[in-house]
Design a protein around this ligand. Sequence first.
Ligand SMILES: [Cu+2]
Ligand SMILES: [Zn+2]
Length: 226
Amino acid sequence: MNLQRILGASGASVLCLLAACSESDAGYTGNGAESEGGTTSAETGGSGKGDTPLPGVQEARAALVAIGESGVSGSVTFTAASDGGQVTGRITGLAPGQHGFHVHQYGDVSDTQDGLSAGGHFAPDGNPHGMPGDAKRHVGDLGNIQADAGGVAELDFRDPVIRLSGPHSILGRAIVVHAGVDDGSQPSGNAGGRVAFGVIGIANPTPAATAKATDESAPAGTGGGR
Ligand SMILES: [Cu+2]
Ligand SMILES: [Zn+2]
C-alpha cells in the first residue's frame, strides 16, 4: 500500500525495472537521438544490457541492382562509427556528374522498372528534406555522389546522422541512386528518376570464405519477386 502510494503513476515502470522486464529494449520511449548512443559500442563494452536483438552490427552492405535499363550497378558498405556511419563503395554505369543518393524507407527492391517500391526518403524524425550538412534533414539525405567521365563513382565519406542501430538505423532500408542532382529543394531534392537501388543488409564479414560454406542446393528461383 505504502509503496504504491509513493511510486504513484510511475510505479508501473519502476516495478518493471525491479522485475527485470525482458522488454527493456524500450529505449525508444521518447528520447530519440540519445538512445542509440551506447548501442554501437555494445560489442566492445558489453554494456550491461544484453537483450538487444542486433547488438553488434558493425557493417551493412547493399548490392545495387539496375532500375529499368539504366545499366547502373555496384556495392555500398556502411560501417558503424561513434559519430555516424562511414559510407564506402563503388558504383558503375552512371552518367558522368552528380547523382542524388538517399536511404529510402523500404528495403523493397521489387519494382525494378521504376524503383518506387522503395518508398520515399527514410525520415523517422519528421524533418524536411535537406542536405548532409543540414541540422534538420531526413536521415536518408546523403546528398549527391560524383561519377567520373567513365561513369564510376567511388564513395568514401562519413555521414553524421545514419546509424546501424537505434531510431536512425538504416538496416533493412534501401539505398537509392537517382538520375539527376539533389538540389536540396522540397520535398525530396528534385533528383529525377531512380537508376539503381539495393537493400541495406547485415554484411558478411568474410564473404569469400562463407560462400563455400553456404548451402549450394538452395532451391532455384528464390530471388524473383513475381
Ligand atoms: Cu532518393
Ligand atoms: Zn530527403
